[in-house]
Design a protein around this ligand. Structure first.
Ligand SMILES: NC(=O)c1ccc[n+]([C@@H]2O[C@H](COP(=O)([O-])OP(=O)(O)OC[C@H]3O[C@@H](n4cnc5c(N)ncnc54)[C@H](OP(=O)(O)O)[C@@H]3O)[C@@H](O)[C@H]2O)c1
Length: 322
């Protein structure tokens, strides 16, 4: 996402090099998950992935799994005006995404937000038809709550739920995560670094460009930002004692939540430069003992984050927050 939109300027050549470095880092026999949305830069991100895959050696390209979100409606100015989950819209979005990605199928396809005017059964039913037709491999969901999970799972197998989950955003632990586990649905956790806030690289004086989402996010505002960075300072002490970075500690914590339950949580990390990617991949080497996990959770206790994870208007679109 950050390679095409929402986090200010990005460098196209560095973005492609980062995707190549990621594909290269994945061991033989394992998949490389590339997550995107057709609305990230209005198609920009899918075209970027197309370019990166076309210019990668075949053996690396074949590792790529594409996970695509659709449904967001936008204006020329880039405003979000709603979501469209009608079956005919699903087929239309899918046709354009396949063309932009330059692939004959998408591995996991999901609506970005629940369309309040279309029953989830209809939206998921349209994706299930695309699975039957061979255009999609698996059905996913994004930011939906436990009831919607159950209704969707009754239509067809749901591979995973993509949802924000990090030391700063632990809301799914009460109901959504247990429901996903009960239904055998994996979790793709996004925002594991709280959009950079708990990466250890976000300074108190950082200036954000006008289009940067974080400039509007409650957690990055004034007093909230300072309180949240105080939490990061506490996390930094734990990281230093383990000899790893703050970002690696935050990612490893999410990984550890999955490992306790047979690896059903995949952290989705928004690296957009090779140095950040290398740091993030280092989290795979970090072993957290129960004492480490306790120290991390004492540094950033559940519910300690100051501010909501989205501005109010966007919180209203989250079925997962109802
Ligand atoms: N389903 C949904 O509703 C939804 C919503 C949002 C995102 N997503 C998906 O989740 C992905 C990740 O989300 P995100 O980028 O917001 O979350 P993130 O991984 O929490 O934050 C990524 C940001 O953290 C900073 N950072 C600092 N050190 C880093 C490191 N070592 N590795 C990676 N990033 C580091 C970077 O900001 P700077 O480059 O500015 O330093 C980077 O842009 C997105 O690409 C998107 O595919 C899904």
């Amino acid at each position: 996402m950050g390679m095409s939109a929402l986090y200010g300027e990005s460098d196209r050549a560095e973005s492609v090099a980062t995707i190549h470095a990621y594909l290269d880092a994945v061991p033989d026999g394992m998949d490389a998950l590339l997550d995107t949305g057709d609305f990230y830069g209005m198609g920009h991100n899918e075209l970027l992935i197309n370019e990166a895959l076309r210019s990668a050696p075949v053996a690396l390209r074949e590792r790529a799994l594409t996970s695509v979100k659709f449904g967001a409606l936008r204006t020329v100015e880039g405003d979000f005006t709603g979501v469209d989950g009608r079956p005919e819209a699903v087929k239309n979005f899918l046709a354009y995404s396949l063309q932009r990605l330059g692939r004959d199928h998408i591995d996991i396809y999901r609506i970005a937000r629940l369309d309040p005017d279309v029953p989830i059964e209809e939206t998921v039913g349209a994706i299930a038809e695309a699975v039957q037709a061979g255009h999609v491999r698996h059905i996913g969901l994004s930011e939906v709550g436990a009831d919607t999970l159950r209704r969707a799972a009754a239509v067809g197998p749901i591979a995973d739920l993509q949802i924000e989950y990090s030391l700063m955003s632990r809301g799914i632990e009460a109901e959504i995560l247990p429901t996903a586990r009960e239904l055998g649905i994996g979790i793709t956790a996004y925002g594991v670094l709280a959009r950079g806030l708990i990466s250890g690289h976000f300074g108190r004086d950082r200036l954000l460009s006008p289009g940067d989402f974080r400039g509007m996010s409650p957690r990055f505002q004034g007093e909230n930002l300072h309180r949240n960075l105080d939490l990061v300072d506490a996390l930094r002490k734990v990281a230093q004692e383990k000899g790893v970075s703050v970002a690696q500690t935050a990612i490893a914590w999410v990984l550890a939540q999955g490992r306790r339950h047979q690896v059903d949580i995949v952290p989705l990390v928004g690296a957009r430069r090779r140095d950040r990617l290398e740091e993030a991949l280092g989290a795979l080497e970090v072993e957290l003992s129960p004492a480490d996990v306790a120290a991390i959770e004492a540094a950033i206790p559940a519910g300690a984050a100051a501010g909501e994870r989205y501005p109010a208007a966007q919180m209203a679109h989250l079925d997962s927050e109802r």
